[in-house]
Design a protein around this ligand. Structure first.
Ligand SMILES: Nc1nc2c(ncn2[C@@H]2O[C@H](COP(=O)(O)OP(=O)(O)OP(=O)(O)O)[C@@H](O)[C@H]2O)c(=O)[nH]1
Ligand SMILES: [Mg+2]
Length: 376
């Protein structure tokens, strides 16, 4: 009888995957192939290129102690991530401590993503980014409190996967853990003789809810990891209200090249160092003004910093010296994002561009493959 078998290829460079010759095209570690037989796969070369510089959030000992307890108990982890501030959601110190556990990833704030973005693409992106950071993702679900999206499904997923174990809600600060738990509790019937209490995690001063699910097991709400390299953490309060979107972000499109640069408010500045035109799709709060301008790039940004008002400019970052500068050389040809944590991202088609990006000092800037495809 004839046998038909689908050949596995790298989803980035398209090479046929093979496990025999590390020096040849398409090599993938055989363990990965066995572990994720149905997943989106990358050859080892593309996988390594996809790793961004490590997100350098350092967790204090109290958080580490909670994560170690979760590991010792082999608990079920519900890992909540804010889709808008996604790259701040999984500091490597946290994901490495949780690496062998079953994880349900909840990518929250779906309502903030563009209306025409597709769930399937978002899920594929989320899974890919978390696999790069070595979490063992069992299920991924997109949720939104604001539009009551998949809350019931999340409840069912937890029930189906907890298998007599404790459940810990973890994730960065403001990812939506408390909001999700309170939604879940709306249809919660407490069949135990225990109460929901505020719980202090052993050997720490950190507190969160402890919710009984059976006589022996609980849901724990772990306080959020602080994201100290997000724009949200360095700006004064009034401007934070402008940069956190309240409704779905929309595509704003600009053409830039070595003579036309892009300013996202007075908070980030993108200068292209190579000649050929790039169409960039900007995703940020609709309240932030985005401008592209021809001419002397630094003069342009400097005048925004000096003349901008408090809706788009921070009093703390009024001078080019207050900005860190990063150069990006894009070697991939697919759709890419360059993002500024807390502010948003620009999406474009990779074409060997070089970009120079200015961000307020201490703020994390990254490039990854695009969250969703919008490059026409
Ligand atoms: N647009 C939108 N906002 C949300 C959603 N879920 C939560 N938020 C908002 O995000 C902010 C943070 O939510 P919390 O539930 O307090 O976040 P948390 O993860 O408990 O934060 P920490 O307690 O600091 O760890 C609040 O302003 C919520 O209203 C959502 O699905 N969509
Ligand atoms: Mg909370």
């Amino acid at each position: 009888m004839s046998i038909l078998k689908k050949v596995k290829r790298c989803s980035h460079c398209g090479a046929i995957l093979q496990t025999e010759s590390p020096e040849k095209e398409g090599y993938i570690t055989s363990l990965i192939l066995k572990k994720y037989p149905d997943g989106v796969l990358l050859c080892d070369k593309c996988f390594n290129e996809e790793k961004t510089e490590d997100n350098i959030i350092v967790l204090n000992d109290e958080f580490k102690s909670i994560l170690k307890t979760i590991k010792e108990k082999n608990a079920l982890v519900v890992y909540v991530i804010d889709l808008f501030s996604f790259e701040g959601g999984f500091p490597s110190e946290a994901t490495s401590l949780l690496s062998d556990l079953d994880v349900i990833v909840v990518a929250n704030k779906r309502d903030l993503m563009p209306k025409d973005s597709e769930d399937e693409q978002l899920i594929s992106y989320v899974n890919h980014r978390l696999r790069v950071s070595s979490l063992k993702v069992k299920e991924t679900i997109l949720t939104s409190i604001n539009s009551d999206y998949h809350i019931d499904e999340l409840r069912k997923l937890i029930r189906a996967n907890c298998e007599g174990r404790d459940v810990y809600f973890v994730g960065s600060s403001t990812s939506g853990k408390s909001a999700l738990i309170s939604e879940i509790l709306k249809n919660f019937e407490n069949k135990t003789n225990k109460y929901i209490v505020t719980y202090t995690f052993p050997n720490t001063s950190l507190r969160g809810f402890q919710i009984p699910i059976t006589d022996k097991t609980y849901i724990y709400e772990v306080p959020g990891f602080p994201i100290n390299n997000s724009l949200l953490g360095v700006l004064e309060k009034p401007i934070v209200n402008y940069i956190v979107p309240k409704k779905a972000i929309e595509d704003r499109k600009f053409n830039i090249n070595d003579k036309v640069s892009l300013a996202i408010g007075g908070l980030a500045f993108i200068q292209q160092l190579t000649e050929e035109k790039t169409t960039v799709h900007c995703y940020a709060s609709p309240k932030i003004t985005i401008k592209a301008k021809r001419g002397d790039a630094l003069k342009f940004f400097d005048s925004i910093l000096k003349n901008g008002d408090q809706t788009n400019t921070s009093f703390k970052f009024r001078n080019l010296n207050n900005f860190d500068v990063y150069d990006f050389e894009i070697t991939e040809t697919g759709e890419r994002d360059i993002g500024v944590l807390g502010l948003g991202w620009v999406q474009f088609k990779g074409n060997n561009q070089k970009f120079r990006v200015f961000v307020p000092k201490g703020v994390y800037v990254y490039t990854t493959r695009a969250k969703f495809k919008n490059v026409k």
